[in-house]
Write a protein that binds this ligand. Sequence first.
Ligand code: NDP
Length: 392
Amino acid sequence: MSKVMIIGAGGVGGVVAHKCAQVPEVFSEIVLASRTLEKCQKIRAQLARPIETARVDADNTSELIDLIRNVQPRLIINVALPYQDLSIMDACLETAVDYLDTANYEPPDEARFCYKWQWDYQERFRQKGLMALLGCGFDPGVTNIFCAHALKHHFDEIHTIDIMDCNAGEHGHPFATNFNPEINIREVTARGRYYENGKWIETDPLAIHKSFDFPQIGPREMYLMYHEELESLVRNIPGIKRIRFWMTFSQEYLTHLRVLQNVGMTRIDPVHYKGCEIIPLQFLKALLPEPSSLGENYTGKTCIGCMITGVQDGRERKYYIYNICDHAAAYKEVKAQAIAYTTGVPAMIGAMLMLQRTWRGAGVFNVEEFDPAPFMEKLPQYGLPWTEKFLA
Ligand code: NDP
Protein backbone atom coordinates (compact mmCIF):
# COMPACT_ATOMS: atom_id res chain seq x y z
CA MET A 1 0.00 0.00 0.00
CA SER A 2 1.74 3.15 -1.20
CA LYS A 3 1.08 6.76 -1.95
CA VAL A 4 2.51 8.14 -5.20
CA MET A 5 2.69 11.66 -6.54
CA ILE A 6 2.54 12.11 -10.31
CA ILE A 7 3.95 15.44 -11.54
CA GLY A 8 2.69 16.65 -14.94
CA ALA A 9 -0.91 16.52 -16.14
CA GLY A 10 -0.27 16.27 -19.89
CA GLY A 11 -0.81 13.37 -22.29
CA VAL A 12 1.53 11.02 -20.44
CA GLY A 13 0.47 12.18 -16.95
CA GLY A 14 -3.14 11.33 -17.80
CA VAL A 15 -2.20 7.77 -18.78
CA VAL A 16 -0.06 7.28 -15.65
CA ALA A 17 -2.97 8.47 -13.49
CA HIS A 18 -5.42 6.11 -15.24
CA LYS A 19 -3.08 3.11 -15.04
CA CYS A 20 -2.11 3.69 -11.38
CA ALA A 21 -5.80 4.09 -10.53
CA GLN A 22 -6.45 0.64 -12.07
CA VAL A 23 -4.11 -0.97 -9.50
CA PRO A 24 -5.34 0.16 -6.05
CA GLU A 25 -3.58 -2.76 -4.32
CA VAL A 26 -0.23 -1.12 -5.20
CA PHE A 27 -1.11 2.56 -5.62
CA SER A 28 -3.33 3.00 -2.60
CA GLU A 29 -3.31 6.80 -2.82
CA ILE A 30 -2.56 8.98 -5.85
CA VAL A 31 -1.82 12.69 -6.01
CA LEU A 32 -1.64 14.38 -9.42
CA ALA A 33 0.20 17.72 -9.31
CA SER A 34 0.93 20.05 -12.19
CA ARG A 35 1.37 23.69 -13.16
CA THR A 36 -2.27 24.07 -14.27
CA LEU A 37 -4.65 22.71 -11.64
CA GLU A 38 -7.60 22.49 -14.08
CA LYS A 39 -5.73 19.89 -16.15
CA CYS A 40 -5.31 17.71 -13.04
CA GLN A 41 -8.99 18.11 -12.24
CA LYS A 42 -10.00 17.18 -15.78
CA ILE A 43 -8.03 13.91 -15.50
CA ARG A 44 -9.43 13.25 -12.02
CA ALA A 45 -12.97 13.52 -13.43
CA GLN A 46 -12.20 10.68 -15.89
CA LEU A 47 -11.14 8.21 -13.19
CA ALA A 48 -13.27 5.59 -11.50
CA ARG A 49 -11.70 6.18 -8.08
CA PRO A 50 -10.87 9.39 -6.22
CA ILE A 51 -7.40 10.94 -6.39
CA GLU A 52 -6.01 14.17 -4.94
CA THR A 53 -4.84 17.04 -7.12
CA ALA A 54 -2.47 19.93 -6.45
CA ARG A 55 -0.97 22.91 -8.23
CA VAL A 56 2.80 23.13 -8.28
CA ASP A 57 5.53 24.81 -10.26
CA ALA A 58 8.10 22.03 -10.39
CA ASP A 59 10.82 24.48 -11.48
CA ASN A 60 10.56 25.93 -7.98
CA THR A 61 12.30 23.42 -5.69
CA SER A 62 11.18 24.98 -2.40
CA GLU A 63 7.52 25.05 -3.52
CA LEU A 64 7.90 21.41 -4.48
CA ILE A 65 9.54 20.49 -1.17
CA ASP A 66 6.61 22.06 0.72
CA LEU A 67 4.12 20.05 -1.37
CA ILE A 68 6.04 16.77 -0.92
CA ARG A 69 6.26 17.32 2.87
CA ASN A 70 2.55 17.94 2.93
CA VAL A 71 1.60 14.96 0.71
CA GLN A 72 4.28 12.51 1.97
CA PRO A 73 4.41 10.19 -1.06
CA ARG A 74 6.77 7.20 -1.22
CA LEU A 75 7.60 7.84 -4.85
CA ILE A 76 7.43 10.69 -7.35
CA ILE A 77 6.64 9.86 -10.98
CA ASN A 78 7.94 12.80 -13.00
CA VAL A 79 6.07 13.13 -16.28
CA ALA A 80 6.34 16.92 -16.53
CA LEU A 81 9.05 18.11 -18.93
CA PRO A 82 12.76 17.23 -18.99
CA TYR A 83 13.54 20.79 -17.81
CA GLN A 84 12.12 19.90 -14.37
CA ASP A 85 14.15 16.70 -13.81
CA LEU A 86 16.89 18.24 -11.67
CA SER A 87 14.65 20.41 -9.50
CA ILE A 88 12.42 17.39 -8.80
CA MET A 89 15.46 15.20 -8.02
CA ASP A 90 16.72 17.93 -5.64
CA ALA A 91 13.32 17.98 -3.90
CA CYS A 92 13.35 14.17 -3.63
CA LEU A 93 16.78 14.24 -1.99
CA GLU A 94 15.63 16.91 0.47
CA THR A 95 12.48 14.99 1.44
CA ALA A 96 13.86 11.41 1.17
CA VAL A 97 11.47 10.25 -1.55
CA ASP A 98 12.26 7.89 -4.48
CA TYR A 99 12.14 9.25 -8.05
CA LEU A 100 11.18 7.97 -11.54
CA ASP A 101 11.09 9.75 -14.91
CA THR A 102 10.71 9.06 -18.65
CA ALA A 103 12.98 11.65 -20.29
CA ASN A 104 16.46 12.87 -19.42
CA TYR A 105 17.35 16.39 -18.34
CA GLU A 106 17.79 19.08 -20.93
CA PRO A 107 18.59 22.74 -20.17
CA PRO A 108 15.83 25.04 -21.53
CA ASP A 109 18.24 27.36 -23.35
CA GLU A 110 20.30 24.64 -25.03
CA ALA A 111 18.89 21.75 -27.11
CA ARG A 112 21.27 19.17 -25.67
CA PHE A 113 19.94 16.27 -23.66
CA CYS A 114 22.29 13.83 -21.96
CA TYR A 115 22.37 11.68 -18.84
CA LYS A 116 25.44 13.33 -17.31
CA TRP A 117 23.47 15.83 -15.27
CA GLN A 118 21.31 13.12 -13.70
CA TRP A 119 24.06 10.47 -13.40
CA ASP A 120 25.92 13.11 -11.33
CA TYR A 121 23.26 12.58 -8.61
CA GLN A 122 24.42 8.95 -8.15
CA GLU A 123 26.42 9.51 -4.95
CA ARG A 124 23.79 11.73 -3.32
CA PHE A 125 20.97 9.23 -3.92
CA ARG A 126 23.20 6.33 -2.85
CA GLN A 127 24.25 7.98 0.40
CA LYS A 128 20.63 8.65 1.35
CA GLY A 129 19.53 5.11 0.44
CA LEU A 130 17.16 6.52 -2.19
CA MET A 131 16.48 5.22 -5.68
CA ALA A 132 16.12 7.22 -8.91
CA LEU A 133 14.99 5.29 -12.01
CA LEU A 134 15.67 7.18 -15.24
CA GLY A 135 14.00 6.85 -18.63
CA CYS A 136 11.14 4.47 -17.79
CA GLY A 137 8.82 5.24 -20.75
CA PHE A 138 8.85 3.30 -24.03
CA ASP A 139 11.88 4.76 -25.79
CA PRO A 140 13.79 5.21 -23.57
CA GLY A 141 12.38 2.56 -21.28
CA VAL A 142 10.88 -0.56 -22.83
CA THR A 143 13.43 -0.47 -25.68
CA ASN A 144 16.24 -0.66 -23.08
CA ILE A 145 14.43 -3.51 -21.31
CA PHE A 146 14.00 -5.34 -24.64
CA CYS A 147 17.82 -5.18 -25.03
CA ALA A 148 18.39 -6.47 -21.48
CA HIS A 149 15.89 -9.29 -22.14
CA ALA A 150 17.65 -10.21 -25.41
CA LEU A 151 21.03 -10.30 -23.67
CA LYS A 152 19.67 -12.39 -20.81
CA HIS A 153 17.92 -15.01 -22.95
CA HIS A 154 19.13 -15.00 -26.55
CA PHE A 155 22.68 -13.70 -26.90
CA ASP A 156 26.09 -14.31 -25.35
CA GLU A 157 27.17 -11.07 -27.00
CA ILE A 158 25.15 -8.32 -28.64
CA HIS A 159 26.92 -6.64 -31.55
CA THR A 160 24.38 -4.25 -33.08
CA ILE A 161 21.09 -2.70 -31.99
CA ASP A 162 18.71 -0.71 -34.20
CA ILE A 163 15.84 0.84 -32.26
CA MET A 164 12.97 1.54 -34.66
CA ASP A 165 10.02 3.73 -33.72
CA CYS A 166 7.11 3.90 -36.14
CA ASN A 167 3.91 5.84 -35.64
CA ALA A 168 1.58 5.04 -38.51
CA GLY A 169 -1.37 6.82 -36.93
CA GLU A 170 -3.59 9.57 -38.38
CA HIS A 171 -4.76 12.33 -36.02
CA GLY A 172 -6.47 14.47 -38.63
CA HIS A 173 -4.40 17.64 -38.02
CA PRO A 174 -2.09 18.97 -40.78
CA PHE A 175 0.73 19.24 -38.22
CA ALA A 176 0.85 18.13 -34.59
CA THR A 177 3.38 16.41 -32.35
CA ASN A 178 2.58 13.30 -30.35
CA PHE A 179 4.33 14.45 -27.22
CA ASN A 180 5.21 17.89 -25.95
CA PRO A 181 5.78 19.99 -29.12
CA GLU A 182 8.76 21.89 -27.74
CA ILE A 183 10.64 18.75 -26.67
CA ASN A 184 9.63 16.86 -29.83
CA ILE A 185 10.77 19.57 -32.27
CA ARG A 186 14.05 20.16 -30.39
CA GLU A 187 14.75 16.42 -30.64
CA VAL A 188 13.84 16.05 -34.31
CA THR A 189 15.74 19.12 -35.54
CA ALA A 190 18.95 18.18 -33.66
CA ARG A 191 21.93 16.66 -35.46
CA GLY A 192 21.80 12.87 -35.78
CA ARG A 193 24.27 10.71 -33.89
CA TYR A 194 25.03 7.02 -33.60
CA TYR A 195 27.72 4.84 -32.03
CA GLU A 196 30.01 2.59 -34.03
CA ASN A 197 33.26 0.81 -33.09
CA GLY A 198 33.95 2.89 -30.00
CA LYS A 199 33.14 6.29 -31.58
CA TRP A 200 30.12 8.59 -31.83
CA ILE A 201 29.41 9.63 -35.42
CA GLU A 202 27.41 12.81 -36.15
CA THR A 203 25.13 13.34 -39.14
CA ASP A 204 23.07 16.25 -40.44
CA PRO A 205 19.50 16.23 -39.04
CA LEU A 206 17.44 13.41 -40.61
CA ALA A 207 20.08 13.01 -43.36
CA ILE A 208 20.22 9.19 -43.21
CA HIS A 209 17.02 7.31 -43.95
CA LYS A 210 15.77 3.98 -45.23
CA SER A 211 12.59 1.99 -45.55
CA PHE A 212 11.55 -0.77 -43.15
CA ASP A 213 8.57 -3.10 -43.41
CA PHE A 214 6.89 -2.74 -40.00
CA PRO A 215 4.66 -5.61 -38.81
CA GLN A 216 0.91 -4.90 -39.20
CA ILE A 217 1.80 -1.52 -40.79
CA GLY A 218 3.88 -2.09 -43.92
CA PRO A 219 6.89 -0.22 -45.35
CA ARG A 220 7.63 3.20 -43.88
CA GLU A 221 10.58 5.57 -44.34
CA MET A 222 12.53 5.90 -41.09
CA TYR A 223 15.17 8.51 -40.24
CA LEU A 224 18.31 8.21 -38.13
CA MET A 225 18.23 10.45 -35.04
CA TYR A 226 20.08 10.75 -31.77
CA HIS A 227 18.05 9.44 -28.84
CA GLU A 228 18.85 9.27 -25.15
CA GLU A 229 18.80 5.49 -24.67
CA LEU A 230 21.81 5.17 -26.98
CA GLU A 231 23.95 6.80 -24.30
CA SER A 232 22.98 4.43 -21.48
CA LEU A 233 22.90 1.28 -23.64
CA VAL A 234 26.44 1.92 -24.88
CA ARG A 235 27.44 2.00 -21.22
CA ASN A 236 25.36 -0.99 -20.10
CA ILE A 237 25.49 -3.52 -22.98
CA PRO A 238 29.03 -4.92 -22.90
CA GLY A 239 30.78 -5.37 -26.25
CA ILE A 240 28.22 -3.41 -28.30
CA LYS A 241 29.74 -2.46 -31.66
CA ARG A 242 27.00 -0.30 -33.16
CA ILE A 243 23.75 1.24 -31.93
CA ARG A 244 21.37 3.50 -33.87
CA PHE A 245 17.89 4.97 -33.38
CA TRP A 246 15.36 5.42 -36.19
CA MET A 247 11.98 7.15 -36.26
CA THR A 248 9.39 7.32 -39.05
CA PHE A 249 7.93 10.63 -40.25
CA SER A 250 5.35 11.33 -42.91
CA GLN A 251 6.24 13.63 -45.81
CA GLU A 252 3.51 15.99 -44.55
CA TYR A 253 5.22 16.28 -41.15
CA LEU A 254 8.66 16.81 -42.70
CA THR A 255 7.42 19.50 -45.09
CA HIS A 256 5.77 21.46 -42.26
CA LEU A 257 8.88 21.09 -40.14
CA ARG A 258 11.14 22.33 -42.95
CA VAL A 259 9.00 25.43 -43.48
CA LEU A 260 8.82 26.17 -39.75
CA GLN A 261 12.61 25.84 -39.50
CA ASN A 262 13.21 27.97 -42.57
CA VAL A 263 11.13 30.83 -41.21
CA GLY A 264 12.74 30.66 -37.77
CA MET A 265 9.76 29.30 -35.82
CA THR A 266 11.80 26.47 -34.23
CA ARG A 267 14.43 28.83 -32.74
CA ILE A 268 14.97 28.60 -28.98
CA ASP A 269 16.76 31.95 -28.53
CA PRO A 270 14.68 34.99 -27.52
CA VAL A 271 13.39 37.36 -30.21
CA HIS A 272 12.26 40.93 -29.36
CA TYR A 273 8.75 41.65 -30.55
CA LYS A 274 6.77 44.79 -29.61
CA GLY A 275 8.68 45.22 -26.36
CA CYS A 276 8.42 41.54 -25.33
CA GLU A 277 10.88 38.71 -25.50
CA ILE A 278 9.43 35.74 -27.37
CA ILE A 279 10.99 32.32 -27.83
CA PRO A 280 9.64 31.27 -31.26
CA LEU A 281 9.44 27.54 -30.44
CA GLN A 282 7.50 28.26 -27.22
CA PHE A 283 5.11 30.47 -29.19
CA LEU A 284 4.70 27.72 -31.79
CA LYS A 285 3.88 25.27 -28.97
CA ALA A 286 1.07 27.58 -27.86
CA LEU A 287 -0.44 27.37 -31.37
CA LEU A 288 -0.17 23.61 -31.90
CA PRO A 289 -2.67 21.04 -30.58
CA GLU A 290 -1.84 19.70 -27.13
CA PRO A 291 -0.66 16.05 -27.31
CA SER A 292 -3.33 15.14 -24.74
CA SER A 293 -6.04 16.46 -27.11
CA LEU A 294 -5.07 14.27 -30.10
CA GLY A 295 -6.53 10.98 -28.91
CA GLU A 296 -10.20 11.29 -29.75
CA ASN A 297 -9.96 10.89 -33.53
CA TYR A 298 -6.61 9.11 -33.76
CA THR A 299 -6.61 5.92 -35.83
CA GLY A 300 -3.84 3.50 -36.79
CA LYS A 301 -1.02 1.86 -34.90
CA THR A 302 2.45 2.37 -33.50
CA CYS A 303 5.20 -0.23 -33.73
CA ILE A 304 8.32 0.30 -31.60
CA GLY A 305 11.03 -2.29 -31.18
CA CYS A 306 14.65 -3.37 -31.45
CA MET A 307 16.46 -5.27 -34.21
CA ILE A 308 19.42 -6.95 -32.57
CA THR A 309 22.34 -8.97 -33.96
CA GLY A 310 25.04 -10.89 -32.12
CA VAL A 311 26.17 -14.39 -31.27
CA GLN A 312 24.94 -17.23 -29.09
CA ASP A 313 26.92 -20.48 -28.68
CA GLY A 314 29.17 -19.31 -31.52
CA ARG A 315 26.23 -18.85 -33.93
CA GLU A 316 25.30 -15.47 -35.50
CA ARG A 317 21.70 -14.47 -34.72
CA LYS A 318 19.34 -11.71 -35.84
CA TYR A 319 16.43 -11.02 -33.55
CA TYR A 320 13.50 -8.58 -33.60
CA ILE A 321 11.33 -7.68 -30.62
CA TYR A 322 8.50 -5.13 -30.76
CA ASN A 323 5.18 -3.89 -29.47
CA ILE A 324 2.18 -2.81 -31.53
CA CYS A 325 -0.19 -0.32 -29.95
CA ASP A 326 -3.49 0.88 -31.40
CA HIS A 327 -4.41 4.57 -31.00
CA ALA A 328 -8.17 4.03 -30.88
CA ALA A 329 -7.89 1.18 -28.35
CA ALA A 330 -5.67 3.36 -26.12
CA TYR A 331 -8.21 6.17 -26.32
CA LYS A 332 -11.05 3.83 -25.46
CA GLU A 333 -9.24 2.64 -22.36
CA VAL A 334 -7.59 5.79 -20.97
CA LYS A 335 -8.62 8.74 -23.20
CA ALA A 336 -5.14 9.08 -24.73
CA GLN A 337 -3.34 8.34 -27.99
CA ALA A 338 -0.85 5.48 -28.31
CA ILE A 339 2.33 7.56 -27.83
CA ALA A 340 1.14 8.76 -24.43
CA TYR A 341 -0.13 5.22 -23.67
CA THR A 342 3.15 3.49 -24.56
CA THR A 343 4.99 5.99 -22.31
CA GLY A 344 2.58 6.02 -19.38
CA VAL A 345 2.12 2.24 -19.00
CA PRO A 346 5.88 1.54 -18.54
CA ALA A 347 6.14 4.44 -16.08
CA MET A 348 3.38 2.84 -14.01
CA ILE A 349 5.04 -0.61 -14.20
CA GLY A 350 8.43 0.82 -13.17
CA ALA A 351 6.76 2.58 -10.24
CA MET A 352 5.04 -0.65 -9.25
CA LEU A 353 8.32 -2.62 -9.29
CA MET A 354 9.99 0.08 -7.18
CA LEU A 355 7.19 0.20 -4.64
CA GLN A 356 7.11 -3.60 -4.40
CA ARG A 357 10.91 -3.52 -4.00
CA THR A 358 11.28 -5.99 -6.90
CA TRP A 359 13.56 -3.43 -8.49
CA ARG A 360 15.54 -1.88 -5.68
CA GLY A 361 18.88 -0.15 -5.27
CA ALA A 362 20.38 2.98 -3.74
CA GLY A 363 21.52 5.44 -6.39
CA VAL A 364 20.60 6.50 -9.91
CA PHE A 365 19.74 3.72 -12.38
CA ASN A 366 18.73 3.17 -15.98
CA VAL A 367 16.11 0.49 -16.50
CA GLU A 368 18.40 -1.99 -18.31
CA GLU A 369 20.45 -2.35 -15.11
CA PHE A 370 17.69 -4.43 -13.49
CA ASP A 371 16.39 -7.94 -14.19
CA PRO A 372 14.06 -7.46 -17.21
CA ALA A 373 11.90 -10.50 -16.33
CA PRO A 374 9.32 -8.94 -13.98
CA PHE A 375 8.90 -5.95 -16.28
CA MET A 376 8.52 -8.10 -19.42
CA GLU A 377 5.93 -10.18 -17.61
CA LYS A 378 3.88 -7.12 -16.64
CA LEU A 379 3.93 -5.39 -20.05
CA PRO A 380 1.22 -7.55 -21.69
CA GLN A 381 -0.71 -7.74 -18.44
CA TYR A 382 -1.09 -3.92 -18.43
CA GLY A 383 -1.75 -3.36 -22.13
CA LEU A 384 1.56 -3.59 -24.01
CA PRO A 385 2.01 -7.10 -25.46
CA TRP A 386 5.33 -7.83 -27.16
CA THR A 387 6.41 -10.20 -29.92
CA GLU A 388 9.88 -11.63 -30.52
CA LYS A 389 11.22 -13.52 -33.51
CA PHE A 390 14.49 -14.70 -35.05
CA LEU A 391 15.18 -13.66 -38.61
CA ALA A 392 17.20 -15.48 -41.22
P1 NDP B 1 2.66 17.51 -22.25
O1 NDP B 1 3.18 18.79 -22.74
O2 NDP B 1 1.36 16.97 -22.74
O3 NDP B 1 2.56 17.54 -20.64
C1 NDP B 1 3.53 18.09 -19.82
C2 NDP B 1 2.86 18.47 -18.52
O4 NDP B 1 3.86 18.94 -17.61
C3 NDP B 1 1.84 19.59 -18.69
O5 NDP B 1 0.69 19.29 -17.96
C4 NDP B 1 2.57 20.80 -18.10
O6 NDP B 1 1.76 21.76 -17.51
C5 NDP B 1 3.40 20.14 -17.01
N1 NDP B 1 4.48 21.02 -16.65
C6 NDP B 1 5.34 21.67 -17.46
N2 NDP B 1 6.16 22.44 -16.76
C7 NDP B 1 5.82 22.28 -15.46
C8 NDP B 1 6.29 22.82 -14.25
N3 NDP B 1 7.30 23.70 -14.21
N4 NDP B 1 5.70 22.44 -13.10
C9 NDP B 1 4.67 21.56 -13.10
N5 NDP B 1 4.17 21.02 -14.22
C10 NDP B 1 4.74 21.38 -15.38
O7 NDP B 1 3.84 16.43 -22.49
P2 NDP B 1 3.71 14.84 -22.58
O8 NDP B 1 2.74 14.37 -21.56
O9 NDP B 1 3.56 14.48 -23.98
O10 NDP B 1 5.19 14.40 -22.11
C11 NDP B 1 5.54 14.31 -20.75
C12 NDP B 1 6.97 13.79 -20.62
O11 NDP B 1 7.06 12.49 -21.18
C13 NDP B 1 8.01 14.65 -21.36
O12 NDP B 1 9.14 14.77 -20.55
C14 NDP B 1 8.34 13.82 -22.58
O13 NDP B 1 9.64 14.07 -23.06
C15 NDP B 1 8.22 12.42 -21.99
N6 NDP B 1 8.02 11.38 -23.02
C16 NDP B 1 8.77 10.23 -22.94
C17 NDP B 1 8.62 9.24 -23.87
C18 NDP B 1 9.34 7.95 -23.73
O14 NDP B 1 8.99 7.00 -24.44
N7 NDP B 1 10.32 7.82 -22.87
C19 NDP B 1 7.70 9.40 -25.03
C20 NDP B 1 6.87 10.58 -24.95
C21 NDP B 1 7.06 11.54 -24.00
P3 NDP B 1 0.95 22.88 -18.37
O15 NDP B 1 -0.18 22.10 -18.92
O16 NDP B 1 0.58 23.90 -17.40
O17 NDP B 1 1.90 23.36 -19.44
